[in-house]
Design a protein around this ligand. Structure first.
Ligand code: PLP
Length: 451
């Protein structure tokens, strides 16, 4: 049993320590009068402690705040900085592009775009790519293509998935397996059940039942859920999705925005998936805004049959700054020099070390918790065995316990992502940083359980 009273006392002490040791961040936060929620983007309020740390600088896997504290950063901008902060190859490439050559955005291609697309083809197998400035937009635009070619208007998603602020994906299944809008969904345009069918991850029968309605344009999924803790796919599930999609005339969109952590070609490569569409974003520009979607030859041919679809102007696919010269230069540098095969093997090894450290503490205290690893990413969840559906993972959330662990770590120089308990390794992460987390996690748990 979790000692709740003790947990509350510990949280209070950690909150006080956080306030006392971050006066400069607190002062800057107090001065913010013209920012919604006091932050440049409302998610930045999510950090534990009541106010965010203000960034002074960051390099590799280390962040420094305005109070001069240094942190081993396992949040890595919730994956945006999976290549490490300001990786030298990326900063050199964007400096070359912006300063030496000049030209950040011009609605004109540079040769970097074809290089990046060819590299993504080598890694993911899909032959044709287009760029965006976020994974959200890549998902949105790809979903439009899927609706265009299938003539169907619904998408199928998994309960408690997350794919960015894509309206159609804000649905869950309630306890009676009815489609509901996700709690907290801000200003939905229409009933989500009008646009979306929802199944349970790892449950092919629930997928089949939804596809049988014959109105699904695409299954949109991560190959492992990563936004409600990590929910790994069970053997046969991903192959089953491919088979069911084909049998029912739906496309399969694999969103690799987070699961790229599995390796250079994401889980598409490690699991030999055969998607019609792959979506990427966040990390592939080394921190510069970018996103991408790749499509199969067959899908491209089906799109080309629709001469009426305006892909070149105001048809709803594309954005002014998408594919700009700066972001394609950043993607080229990241893919050619930073997120390389060799880098992934180091990152995955470190995530294994991180997971082993966490597991040792879980075992020592016989806690009903689990840790899941997905390549360079690992995450603990307060359930054992690890949940196999989004709903089960959602039920295992414990915001108080999360706050305590996040604050305990932040107060001692370790950052986890503010969204659940994710830790990510970048090429610059060190064993010393991983071992620091192991030590602090063990100490935090020992303080809580009293031994
Ligand atoms: C799987 C997945 N897809 C897409 C996105 C959207 O990314 P962005 O917010 O950068 O558009 C996210 C964000 O967390 C994500 O986890």
């Amino acid at each position: 049993m979790l000692p709740r009273d003790r947990l509350h006392r510990l949280i209070t002490a950690e909150r006080e320590r956080y306030v006392d040791s971050h006066p400069a961040s607190l002062a800057l936060f107090g001065q913010a009068r013209h920012l919604i929620g006091g932050v440049p983007m409302t998610w930045m309020s999510k950090w534990s402690g009541g106010f965010p740390l203000y960034l002074a600088g960051a390099a590799g896997a280390t962040v420094t705040d305005v109070d001069s504290h240094r942190y081993a950063d396992f949040a890595l901008g919730d994956t945006g900085a999976m290549a490490g902060h300001s990786a030298p190859a990326v900063t050199a490439a964007i400096t070359r592009r912006a300063i030496e050559h000049g030209g950040i955005t011009a609605m004109l291609p540079t040769e970097d775009a074809e290089w990046v697309a060819a590299e993504l083809t080598r890694r993911f197998g899909l032959p044709l790519w287009s760029f965006s400035l976020s994974a959200t937009d890549a998902n949105r635009w790809a979903i439009r293509l899927a609706r265009l070619v299938t003539g169907r208007h619904k998408i199928l998603i998994f309960s408690y998935c997350y794919h960015g602020s894509v309206d159609e994906t804000f649905a869950i299944l309630d306890d009676d397996d009815q489609v509901r809008t996700r709690p907290g969904n801000v200003g939905p345009a229409v009933e989500v059940a009008d646009t979306t069918r929802v199944a349970h991850f790892n449950d092919l029968e629930s997928v089949r039942a939804e596809l049988e309605h014959g109105d699904v344009a695409a299954i949109v999924t991560e190959p492992a859920l990563t936004n409600i803790g990590i929910v790994l796919a069970e053997p046969g599930f991903l192959d089953g999705l491919r088979r069911l999609a084909s049998e029912h005339g739906a496309l399969l969109l694999i969103d690799e925005t987070h699961t790229l952590s599995a390796g250079p070609g994401g889980m598409t490569a490690t699991e030999r998936l055969q998607p019609d569409i792959v979506v990427l974003g966040k990390s592939i520009g080394g921190g510069i805004a970018c996103g991408a979607y790749g499509i199969s030859e067959q899908l491209a041919a089906r799109v080309a049959e629709h001469a009426e679809a305006d892909l070149e102007d105001v048809g709803g696919v594309g954005g002014t700054l998408a594919g700009n010269a700066l972001s394609t230069a950043a993607m080229r540098a990241t893919l050619s020099e930073v997120l390389t095969e060799q880098a992934f093997s180091t990152m995955i090894g470190l995530a294994g070390r991180y997971a082993a450290g966490v597991r040792a503490t879980i075992d020592r205290h016989a806690l009903p918790w689990s840790i899941s690893q997905l390549g360079a990413r690992a995450e603990y969840r307060f359930a054992a065995p690890a949940p196999r559906t989004g709903n089960a993972a959602a039920a295992a959330a414990d915001p108080e316990l999360e706050e305590y662990l996040h604050l305990y770590l932040a107060n001692r120089g370790v950052l986890l992502t503010p969204f659940h308990n994710m830790a990510l390794m970048c090429p610059a992460t060190t064993t010393a940083q991983v071992d620091l987390h192991t030590e602090l996690f063990a100490a935090a748990v020992a303080e809580l359980f009293g031994n």
